[in-house]
Design a protein around this ligand. Structure first.
Ligand code: HEC
Length: 152
């Protein structure tokens, strides 16, 4: 009797394993949602690094050469990721991206590149002349120049 029960259990398990039913896959994220999550995620990462530099600028955080260079380099890499991250124009309601991004793509990319260059300059100045000389350049970050025309 025990043996029969065991066999039935084994058959149920094997049938289940080969049935293709799976609970391992998370619910699918739509293309639209995926595109938005990428854009929004990159922007929040940018904000976090810019915040570190901003705090150094206003004296809320100790001026630290290594940390300044690291944050500036991180920002440079992230601004360079804007074109590939925004390439997908798929839209969801909660996105603040304006259609103008894809209508004026070259200008949009140029705005991102402008901030990438400033980040590189901050990192280079920090490396050569130190944090005190470089920190004033943080004022040049004008996120609004892009948010104005391209964010709702
Ligand atoms: C090249 C254009 C561009 C630049 C440069 C840019 N942003 Fe954005 N940002 C956008 C767009 C477009 C969105 C909306 C994306 C969406 O919702 O799909 C956005 C969204 C955000 C968000 C998400 C939350 C919100 O309010 O929508 C934050 C935070 C953010 N940006 C911070 C910054 C900061 C800080 C800087 C400058 C250091 C910056 N961005 C520079 C285009 C830009």
């Amino acid at each position: 009797m025990k043996r029969i029960k065991f066999n039935i259990l084994a058959i149920v398990i094997i049938t289940f394993l080969f049935s293709g039913i799976s609970f391992a896959h998370p619910p699918a994220i739509s293309d639209e949602m995926g595109a938005y999550i990428k854009r929004d995620g990159l922007m929040h990462l940018i904000r976090a690094q810019r915040y570190i530099l901003q705090e150094m600028l206003v004296g809320k955080r100790e001026l630290d050469q290594k940390e300044l260079i690291r944050a500036a380099k991180a920002l440079s890499a992230m601004f360079a990721m804007i074109p590939s991250t925004f390439e997908n124009s798929a839209m969801v309601d909660m996105s603040r991206a304006k259609p103008e991004i894809w209508e004026n793509w070259d200008d949009f990319v140029a705005q991102a590149d402008e901030l990438r260059k400033i980040s590189d300059e901050i990192a280079a100045m920090g490396e050569i002349y130190g944090a005190e000389a470089a920190i004033e350049k943080v004022r040049l970050f004008n996120c609004g120049a892009c948010h104005g025309p391209y964010r709702k």
